[in-house]
Design a protein around this ligand. Sequence first.
Ligand code: ADP
Length: 346
Amino acid sequence: MSEQLKTAIFEKLKNLQDPISKMPLDQKNPNLSIVIENEKALISLIIDPNEKDKFENFTTDIKNSLQNISNLQSVNVVFTAEQKIKTSNISSKKFNINAKNIIAIASGKGGVGKSTFTVNLAAALKLAGNKIGILDADIYGPSVPRMMGVSDKPKANENNKLIPLISNDIKCMSIGFLVGVDTPTIWRGPMVMKALEQMYNGVEWGELDYLLIDLPPGTGDAQLTLAQNSKLTGSIIISTPQDVALIDARKGINMFNKVGVNILGIVENMSYFICSNCNEKHEIFSHGGVKEESKKLNVDFLGELPIDKDLRIGSDEGNPICISNPKSEIAKKYFEIANKINLRFK
Ligand code: ADP
Protein backbone atom coordinates (compact mmCIF):
# COMPACT_ATOMS: atom_id res chain seq x y z
CA MET A 1 0.00 0.00 0.00
CA SER A 2 2.73 2.51 0.91
CA GLU A 3 4.44 1.96 -2.45
CA GLN A 4 1.17 2.60 -4.27
CA LEU A 5 0.64 5.78 -2.28
CA LYS A 6 4.17 6.92 -3.01
CA THR A 7 3.70 6.33 -6.74
CA ALA A 8 0.40 8.24 -6.67
CA ILE A 9 2.11 11.13 -4.85
CA PHE A 10 4.98 11.30 -7.35
CA GLU A 11 2.46 11.20 -10.18
CA LYS A 12 0.91 14.44 -8.84
CA LEU A 13 4.08 16.13 -7.59
CA LYS A 14 5.97 15.77 -10.87
CA ASN A 15 3.81 18.62 -12.21
CA LEU A 16 5.24 21.00 -9.58
CA GLN A 17 8.65 22.67 -9.78
CA ASP A 18 10.99 23.68 -6.98
CA PRO A 19 10.62 27.51 -7.13
CA ILE A 20 14.41 28.06 -7.01
CA SER A 21 16.12 25.13 -8.72
CA LYS A 22 13.17 24.74 -11.14
CA MET A 23 13.63 20.99 -10.82
CA PRO A 24 10.36 19.05 -11.04
CA LEU A 25 9.37 17.22 -7.87
CA ASP A 26 9.81 13.84 -9.48
CA GLN A 27 11.63 10.63 -8.59
CA LYS A 28 14.91 11.99 -9.98
CA ASN A 29 14.94 15.05 -7.72
CA PRO A 30 17.86 14.43 -5.31
CA ASN A 31 16.53 16.99 -2.81
CA LEU A 32 13.13 15.38 -2.42
CA SER A 33 12.26 12.51 -0.16
CA ILE A 34 8.90 10.96 0.67
CA VAL A 35 8.21 8.62 3.56
CA ILE A 36 4.83 6.92 4.01
CA GLU A 37 3.82 5.65 7.40
CA ASN A 38 0.30 4.47 8.22
CA GLU A 39 -1.14 6.22 5.13
CA LYS A 40 0.44 9.51 6.22
CA ALA A 41 3.04 11.17 3.99
CA LEU A 42 6.09 13.06 5.18
CA ILE A 43 7.53 15.04 2.29
CA SER A 44 10.88 16.70 2.81
CA LEU A 45 12.72 18.96 0.44
CA ILE A 46 16.23 20.27 0.91
CA ILE A 47 16.33 24.01 0.22
CA ASP A 48 18.79 26.88 0.51
CA PRO A 49 17.78 28.64 3.79
CA ASN A 50 18.55 32.05 2.22
CA GLU A 51 15.73 31.42 -0.23
CA LYS A 52 13.19 30.20 2.30
CA ASP A 53 10.77 33.10 1.61
CA LYS A 54 10.24 31.75 -1.91
CA PHE A 55 8.86 28.55 -0.39
CA GLU A 56 6.18 30.26 1.69
CA ASN A 57 3.29 29.14 -0.51
CA PHE A 58 4.93 25.96 -1.70
CA THR A 59 3.63 23.85 1.19
CA THR A 60 0.08 24.78 0.20
CA ASP A 61 0.82 24.04 -3.48
CA ILE A 62 2.14 20.60 -2.55
CA LYS A 63 -0.79 19.83 -0.25
CA ASN A 64 -3.35 21.06 -2.80
CA SER A 65 -1.88 18.90 -5.54
CA LEU A 66 -2.29 15.82 -3.34
CA GLN A 67 -5.86 16.48 -2.24
CA ASN A 68 -7.59 13.81 -4.28
CA ILE A 69 -5.46 10.80 -3.52
CA SER A 70 -7.61 8.18 -1.90
CA ASN A 71 -6.26 6.51 1.27
CA LEU A 72 -3.83 9.37 1.89
CA GLN A 73 -4.82 10.57 5.33
CA SER A 74 -2.46 13.48 5.86
CA VAL A 75 0.49 15.26 4.34
CA ASN A 76 3.31 16.88 6.28
CA VAL A 77 5.76 19.04 4.32
CA VAL A 78 9.17 19.90 5.74
CA PHE A 79 11.88 22.07 4.20
CA THR A 80 15.37 21.35 5.48
CA ALA A 81 18.55 23.34 4.99
CA GLU A 82 21.04 22.19 2.39
CA GLN A 83 24.30 20.91 3.83
CA LYS A 84 27.11 22.87 2.28
CA ILE A 85 29.77 21.94 4.78
CA LYS A 86 31.96 18.93 4.06
CA THR A 87 31.43 17.26 7.38
CA SER A 88 34.67 15.29 7.30
CA ASN A 89 36.50 18.61 7.67
CA ILE A 90 34.90 19.30 11.04
CA SER A 91 37.21 18.09 13.75
CA SER A 92 35.03 18.57 16.82
CA LYS A 93 31.79 16.64 16.79
CA LYS A 94 28.96 17.00 19.27
CA PHE A 95 27.99 13.32 19.38
CA ASN A 96 30.68 11.07 20.78
CA ILE A 97 31.02 7.32 21.17
CA ASN A 98 34.20 5.45 21.93
CA ALA A 99 33.99 3.27 18.81
CA LYS A 100 36.84 2.61 16.39
CA ASN A 101 34.40 2.57 13.48
CA ILE A 102 30.88 3.93 13.17
CA ILE A 103 29.04 2.59 10.15
CA ALA A 104 25.60 3.81 9.11
CA ILE A 105 23.39 1.30 7.29
CA ALA A 106 21.08 3.12 4.91
CA SER A 107 18.48 2.45 2.25
CA GLY A 108 16.55 4.68 -0.09
CA LYS A 109 13.25 3.06 0.83
CA GLY A 110 11.74 0.91 3.58
CA GLY A 111 11.27 -2.83 3.48
CA VAL A 112 14.42 -3.68 1.53
CA GLY A 113 16.03 -5.54 4.45
CA LYS A 114 18.19 -2.83 6.00
CA SER A 115 17.51 -3.83 9.63
CA THR A 116 17.89 -7.53 8.84
CA PHE A 117 21.24 -6.69 7.26
CA THR A 118 22.28 -4.58 10.26
CA VAL A 119 21.65 -7.28 12.87
CA ASN A 120 23.25 -10.04 10.82
CA LEU A 121 26.30 -7.94 9.92
CA ALA A 122 26.59 -7.14 13.64
CA ALA A 123 26.47 -10.86 14.45
CA ALA A 124 29.02 -11.72 11.74
CA LEU A 125 31.42 -9.00 12.93
CA LYS A 126 30.92 -10.18 16.53
CA LEU A 127 31.78 -13.78 15.63
CA ALA A 128 34.93 -12.44 13.97
CA GLY A 129 36.00 -11.25 17.43
CA ASN A 130 34.89 -7.60 17.48
CA LYS A 131 33.12 -5.61 20.20
CA ILE A 132 29.86 -4.53 18.61
CA GLY A 133 27.03 -2.10 19.32
CA ILE A 134 23.88 -1.49 17.31
CA LEU A 135 22.16 1.87 17.45
CA ASP A 136 18.67 1.64 16.01
CA ALA A 137 17.95 5.13 14.70
CA ASP A 138 15.02 4.11 12.51
CA ILE A 139 12.52 6.66 13.76
CA TYR A 140 9.80 5.40 11.42
CA GLY A 141 9.92 1.75 12.48
CA PRO A 142 12.53 0.73 15.04
CA SER A 143 12.86 -3.03 14.60
CA VAL A 144 16.29 -3.90 16.02
CA PRO A 145 14.92 -4.84 19.49
CA ARG A 146 12.55 -7.36 17.89
CA MET A 147 15.21 -8.74 15.57
CA MET A 148 17.72 -9.07 18.42
CA GLY A 149 15.13 -10.48 20.82
CA VAL A 150 15.38 -7.72 23.44
CA SER A 151 12.34 -6.02 24.90
CA ASP A 152 13.23 -4.70 28.37
CA LYS A 153 13.42 -0.98 28.98
CA PRO A 154 17.06 0.04 29.37
CA LYS A 155 18.00 1.17 32.88
CA ALA A 156 20.13 4.17 33.80
CA ASN A 157 23.43 3.86 35.70
CA GLU A 158 24.69 6.11 38.53
CA ASN A 159 25.89 8.68 35.95
CA ASN A 160 22.39 8.81 34.56
CA LYS A 161 23.46 7.14 31.35
CA LEU A 162 21.35 4.40 29.77
CA ILE A 163 22.84 0.93 29.83
CA PRO A 164 22.44 -0.79 26.44
CA LEU A 165 20.56 -4.07 26.37
CA ILE A 166 22.75 -7.01 25.48
CA SER A 167 21.83 -9.82 23.12
CA ASN A 168 24.39 -12.45 22.06
CA ASP A 169 27.14 -10.22 23.41
CA ILE A 170 26.04 -7.32 21.18
CA LYS A 171 25.04 -4.02 22.79
CA CYS A 172 21.71 -2.71 21.52
CA MET A 173 20.06 0.65 21.93
CA SER A 174 16.98 1.77 20.04
CA ILE A 175 15.22 5.05 19.51
CA GLY A 176 12.09 2.92 20.01
CA PHE A 177 13.00 2.65 23.71
CA LEU A 178 12.61 6.45 23.99
CA VAL A 179 9.21 6.70 22.38
CA GLY A 180 7.74 3.20 22.46
CA VAL A 181 7.80 1.06 19.32
CA ASP A 182 4.06 1.36 18.73
CA THR A 183 3.68 5.05 19.56
CA PRO A 184 3.06 7.06 16.40
CA THR A 185 5.43 10.00 16.46
CA ILE A 186 5.81 12.84 14.03
CA TRP A 187 9.47 13.65 14.25
CA ARG A 188 10.58 17.19 13.65
CA GLY A 189 14.20 18.12 12.95
CA PRO A 190 15.13 19.30 16.47
CA MET A 191 13.48 16.22 18.04
CA VAL A 192 15.49 13.91 15.81
CA MET A 193 18.65 15.77 16.76
CA LYS A 194 17.89 15.54 20.50
CA ALA A 195 16.99 11.85 20.39
CA LEU A 196 20.11 10.95 18.43
CA GLU A 197 22.30 12.97 20.75
CA GLN A 198 20.81 11.02 23.66
CA MET A 199 21.51 7.74 21.85
CA TYR A 200 25.17 8.77 21.60
CA ASN A 201 26.12 10.84 24.63
CA GLY A 202 23.44 9.55 26.99
CA VAL A 203 24.29 5.85 26.62
CA GLU A 204 27.05 3.90 28.36
CA TRP A 205 28.44 2.24 25.23
CA GLY A 206 31.88 1.48 26.63
CA GLU A 207 34.59 0.65 24.10
CA LEU A 208 33.49 -0.71 20.72
CA ASP A 209 35.23 -1.89 17.58
CA TYR A 210 32.13 -1.21 15.50
CA LEU A 211 28.95 0.70 16.11
CA LEU A 212 26.39 -0.07 13.41
CA ILE A 213 23.61 2.48 13.00
CA ASP A 214 20.31 1.34 11.49
CA LEU A 215 19.15 4.56 9.79
CA PRO A 216 15.58 5.37 8.83
CA PRO A 217 14.92 4.93 5.09
CA GLY A 218 15.37 7.92 2.79
CA THR A 219 17.39 11.08 3.06
CA GLY A 220 15.97 13.00 5.99
CA ASP A 221 16.92 14.71 9.22
CA ALA A 222 18.48 11.66 10.92
CA GLN A 223 21.01 11.17 8.11
CA LEU A 224 21.95 14.84 8.02
CA THR A 225 22.12 15.14 11.81
CA LEU A 226 24.47 12.18 12.11
CA ALA A 227 26.62 13.27 9.18
CA GLN A 228 27.05 16.68 10.75
CA ASN A 229 27.40 15.81 14.40
CA SER A 230 29.17 12.48 14.60
CA LYS A 231 32.30 10.95 13.16
CA LEU A 232 30.88 8.44 10.70
CA THR A 233 33.47 6.06 9.27
CA GLY A 234 31.16 5.46 6.36
CA SER A 235 27.83 4.15 5.16
CA ILE A 236 26.59 0.96 3.55
CA ILE A 237 23.57 1.18 1.25
CA ILE A 238 21.11 -1.69 0.99
CA SER A 239 18.93 -2.00 -2.09
CA THR A 240 16.80 -4.58 -3.80
CA PRO A 241 17.44 -4.98 -7.53
CA GLN A 242 14.26 -3.35 -8.88
CA ASP A 243 14.47 0.07 -10.52
CA VAL A 244 12.26 1.80 -7.95
CA ALA A 245 14.50 0.77 -5.07
CA LEU A 246 17.60 1.70 -7.05
CA ILE A 247 16.33 5.18 -7.83
CA ASP A 248 15.94 5.78 -4.09
CA ALA A 249 19.31 4.18 -3.31
CA ARG A 250 20.94 6.54 -5.82
CA LYS A 251 19.45 9.48 -3.93
CA GLY A 252 20.94 8.13 -0.70
CA ILE A 253 24.35 7.87 -2.34
CA ASN A 254 24.08 11.43 -3.67
CA MET A 255 23.14 12.66 -0.23
CA PHE A 256 26.07 10.97 1.52
CA ASN A 257 28.42 12.30 -1.16
CA LYS A 258 27.01 15.79 -0.64
CA VAL A 259 27.60 15.73 3.12
CA GLY A 260 31.05 14.19 2.83
CA VAL A 261 30.27 10.72 4.27
CA ASN A 262 32.38 7.94 2.80
CA ILE A 263 30.33 5.20 1.06
CA LEU A 264 31.80 1.82 1.97
CA GLY A 265 29.67 0.01 -0.56
CA ILE A 266 26.27 -1.16 -1.70
CA VAL A 267 24.58 -4.54 -1.14
CA GLU A 268 21.90 -6.21 -3.25
CA ASN A 269 19.35 -7.85 -0.96
CA MET A 270 16.60 -10.25 -2.09
CA SER A 271 18.73 -10.81 -5.15
CA TYR A 272 17.33 -14.21 -6.09
CA PHE A 273 15.59 -17.24 -4.59
CA ILE A 274 16.75 -20.86 -4.68
CA CYS A 275 13.71 -23.12 -4.70
CA SER A 276 14.08 -25.95 -2.20
CA ASN A 277 11.98 -28.26 -4.45
CA CYS A 278 13.60 -27.79 -7.84
CA ASN A 279 16.89 -26.26 -6.64
CA GLU A 280 16.58 -23.68 -9.39
CA LYS A 281 17.53 -20.04 -9.03
CA HIS A 282 14.57 -17.67 -9.52
CA GLU A 283 15.29 -13.98 -10.04
CA ILE A 284 12.10 -12.63 -8.51
CA PHE A 285 12.94 -8.93 -8.48
CA SER A 286 15.30 -9.33 -11.46
CA HIS A 287 18.94 -9.58 -10.45
CA GLY A 288 22.22 -7.75 -10.83
CA GLY A 289 20.77 -4.23 -11.02
CA VAL A 290 22.67 -3.08 -7.95
CA LYS A 291 26.02 -4.34 -9.24
CA GLU A 292 25.44 -2.54 -12.55
CA GLU A 293 24.47 0.62 -10.71
CA SER A 294 27.48 0.44 -8.40
CA LYS A 295 29.76 0.53 -11.46
CA LYS A 296 27.95 3.57 -12.81
CA LEU A 297 28.16 5.35 -9.46
CA ASN A 298 31.74 4.27 -8.79
CA VAL A 299 30.78 2.69 -5.46
CA ASP A 300 32.10 -0.68 -4.20
CA PHE A 301 29.72 -3.62 -4.61
CA LEU A 302 29.83 -5.60 -1.35
CA GLY A 303 27.76 -8.62 -2.35
CA GLU A 304 24.34 -10.07 -3.03
CA LEU A 305 22.03 -11.82 -0.58
CA PRO A 306 19.28 -14.18 -1.75
CA ILE A 307 15.73 -14.34 -0.44
CA ASP A 308 15.93 -16.86 2.37
CA LYS A 309 13.03 -18.11 4.45
CA ASP A 310 15.13 -19.04 7.49
CA LEU A 311 16.75 -15.61 7.48
CA ARG A 312 13.30 -14.04 7.60
CA ILE A 313 12.05 -16.33 10.33
CA GLY A 314 15.22 -15.80 12.38
CA SER A 315 15.08 -12.03 12.24
CA ASP A 316 11.35 -11.90 12.92
CA GLU A 317 11.82 -14.18 15.95
CA GLY A 318 14.77 -12.29 17.42
CA ASN A 319 17.35 -14.85 16.43
CA PRO A 320 19.73 -13.60 13.70
CA ILE A 321 20.66 -16.49 11.40
CA CYS A 322 24.38 -15.68 11.58
CA ILE A 323 24.16 -16.73 15.24
CA SER A 324 21.54 -19.50 15.10
CA ASN A 325 22.91 -21.19 11.97
CA PRO A 326 26.35 -19.80 11.10
CA LYS A 327 27.03 -22.68 8.69
CA SER A 328 24.02 -21.89 6.47
CA GLU A 329 24.63 -20.60 2.93
CA ILE A 330 23.01 -17.25 3.75
CA ALA A 331 25.15 -16.79 6.88
CA LYS A 332 28.27 -17.49 4.79
CA LYS A 333 27.29 -14.61 2.51
CA TYR A 334 27.11 -12.33 5.54
CA PHE A 335 30.51 -13.53 6.77
CA GLU A 336 31.98 -12.69 3.35
CA ILE A 337 30.64 -9.14 3.56
CA ALA A 338 31.77 -8.77 7.21
CA ASN A 339 35.20 -9.97 6.15
CA LYS A 340 35.43 -7.31 3.45
CA ILE A 341 34.54 -4.64 6.03
CA ASN A 342 36.91 -6.06 8.65
CA LEU A 343 39.82 -6.24 6.21
CA ARG A 344 39.35 -2.61 5.36
CA PHE A 345 39.64 -1.48 8.98
CA LYS A 346 42.13 -3.94 10.50
P1 ADP B 1 13.92 -2.47 6.34
O1 ADP B 1 14.79 -2.33 7.56
O2 ADP B 1 14.64 -2.11 5.07
O3 ADP B 1 12.60 -1.81 6.46
P2 ADP B 1 13.61 -5.24 7.20
O4 ADP B 1 15.01 -5.62 7.51
O5 ADP B 1 12.69 -4.90 8.33
O6 ADP B 1 13.61 -4.03 6.14
O7 ADP B 1 13.03 -6.39 6.28
C1 ADP B 1 11.67 -6.39 5.86
C2 ADP B 1 11.17 -7.83 5.86
O8 ADP B 1 11.87 -8.58 4.88
C3 ADP B 1 11.39 -8.55 7.20
O9 ADP B 1 10.31 -9.39 7.47
C4 ADP B 1 12.64 -9.39 6.95
O10 ADP B 1 12.68 -10.55 7.75
C5 ADP B 1 12.50 -9.72 5.47
N1 ADP B 1 13.79 -9.90 4.78
C6 ADP B 1 14.83 -9.04 4.71
N2 ADP B 1 15.83 -9.56 3.96
C7 ADP B 1 15.41 -10.79 3.55
C8 ADP B 1 15.98 -11.84 2.75
N3 ADP B 1 17.19 -11.71 2.19
N4 ADP B 1 15.24 -12.96 2.58
C9 ADP B 1 14.01 -13.10 3.13
N5 ADP B 1 13.41 -12.15 3.88
C10 ADP B 1 14.11 -11.01 4.08
